[in-house]
Design a binder for this molecule. Structure first.
Ligand code: SAJ
Length: 431
């Protein structure tokens, strides 16, 4: 999928999405400048190295930097197309903060020329792309800005969310369908031409507002469905039923597909994006808000149950299995497993050991607690109580004979072969 004419592209923000996107566009034949506020990030990329862990990203960045098609800079650079991929954090009340998006638009405005395309990729509340257009129109009264002028505009502005799964970013950036929302239909068509250079999935056009909502809806859909599973797990525990058995059997129905309960929902997207919808229309978001509350409550529930279990076994060494926010990755930020394990470490100190094959040291949440990071073999040799928080493949492969004499609290349904039946959120012990 190479381009016919050499195009210049500026990608603003070299994070988890911006850097892989910049590298892929560079591979497709465009001349790409990646902009970041951090001089350290810029230096790392210009040395052909990466500051984030993602499968195959290091080789790709090294290649495009060596070929000179990707260059990083802290200063804005003129281009044919601009892609904004900066963070959209939220405050303590979960109110979205789009100031980084607006800062990026402010930085782009002075270098914009007629014919340029500006695409926002950051997860954003509905209406943000229109705010970007408004800001550019204010800063550049000499340009006819879409949505702010009648007839054909001088520039193109669109919203196109990323939908990639950490660990599969480079594959999904190319293969996933893209939903492209233009401020006007002309903007959407222009952005579609841009994405077709490096996307193999279908490119579907819509309005900017709809595309913004699509992104938030995708992650809210998953949050609501995980909340359903988590609610079932707490309900089943109260009713003395094995939740994993219930879900497995219910899923035999041809139109039922219940997700898996866990210690809560982690990551930077699913636990955050639903709030953007809730804030956009508070009076119409009862289900989405409640789902968030259920998933948050599930973490508190697991902490309470684990604390009770450990206090019933004051002499037992305890191993918490896993810290990552999901299996087989090394990302511990916004992880319910960290929340649970750190709560136990704060309360029980050196009685608690942590096993996390993807960690080189314990995160700061454990500072001063006395908890140790140990390997799996030591945990199986020394600990009587296992608390399963992450379904890493390494843990799944522990055979029954190595855990048969352990007291197990399994929040992930990892070992359904456990002799007592794999009671999920309940304590189970070998017969
Ligand atoms: N989880 C459960 N039970 C399940 C599935 C997931 O408890 O049955 C938990 C995981 O353990 C984890 C959290 O949910 O803590 C989120 O993990 P995930 O794998 O569902 O999703 P993310 O956060 O890695 O990536 C999501 C993806 N969105 C959807 O699947 C709708 C991804 O496609 C998005 O691009 C990404 O959010 C994002 O950047 O928005």
């Amino acid at each position: 999928m190479a381009v016919d004419i050499e195009q210049k592209v500026t990608v603003v923000g070299l994070g988890y999405i911006g850097l892989p996107t910049a590298a892929l566009i560079a591979r497709s034949g465009c001349k790409v400048t990646g902009i970041d506020v951090s001089a350290k990030v810029v230096e790392t990329v210009n040395n052909g190295k990466v500051h984030i862990e993602e499968v195959d990203l290091d080789g790709l960045v090294q290649g495009v930097v060596a070929r000179g098609t990707l260059v990083a800079s802290t200063a804005m650079v003129a281009a044919d197309s601009f892609v904004i991929a900066v963070p959209t954090p939220h405050d303590a009340e979960h109110r979205p903060d789009i100031s980084f998006v607006l800062d990026a638009a402010r930085a782009i405005a002075p270098v914009l020329e007629a014919g340029n395309l500006v695409i926002l990729e950051s997860t954003s509340p509905v209406g943000t792309t229109e705010k970007v257009a408004e800001l550019i129109a204010d800063l550049r009264p000499d340009l006819r800005v879409p949505g702010r002028c009648s007839g054909a505009a001088d520039i193109f502005i669109a919203y196109c969310p990323e939908r990639v799964l950490p660990g599969r970013i480079l594959v999904e950036l190319v293969d996933n369908d893209r939903c492209i929302g233009g401020i006007t239909p002309r903007c959407a068509r222009r952005a579609m031409t841009f994405y077709r250079q490096f996307v193999r999935g279908a490119c579907v056009t819509t309005t900017a507002r709809a595309a913004e909502m699509v992104k938030l809806v995708e992650n809210s859909y998953r949050d609501v469905n995980i909340a359903f599973a988590n609610e079932l797990s707490m309900m089943a525990e109260a009713l003395g039923v094995d939740v994993w058995e219930v879900i497995r059997l219910a899923n035999r129905h041809p139109r039922v597909n219940i997700l898996q309960p866990g210690p809560g929902v982690g990551g930077h997207c699913i636990a955050v994006d639903p709030w953007f919808l809730v804030h956009g229309a508070p009076e119409h978001s009862r289900l989405i808000r409640t789902a968030r509350e259920v998933n948050i409550a599930k973490t508190a529930h697991v902490i309470g149950a684990a604390e009770m279990l450990v206090s019933q076994h004051p002499k037992a060494r305890v191993a918490c299995l896993g810290l990552a926010f999901k299996p087989n990755i090394d990302d511990f930020r916004e992880s319910p497993a960290v929340e649970v394990a750190a709560a136990l470490a704060r309360r029980f100190g050196s009685q608690i050991d942590i096993v996390e094959p993807y960690a080189r040291g314990l995160p700061m949440e454990f500072a001063g607690t006395g908890a140790r990071l140990i390997d799996l073999d030591s945990a199986l040799a020394e600990c009587e109580l296992l608390i399963v928080l992450v379904d890493h493949d390494l843990f799944k492969s522990i055979p029954l004979e190595e855990r048969a004499d352990k007291i197990v609290y399994d929040t992930r349904g990892l070992w359904l072969d456990q002799p007592s039946g794999g009671h999920g959120n309940r304590l189970h012990r070998a017969a």
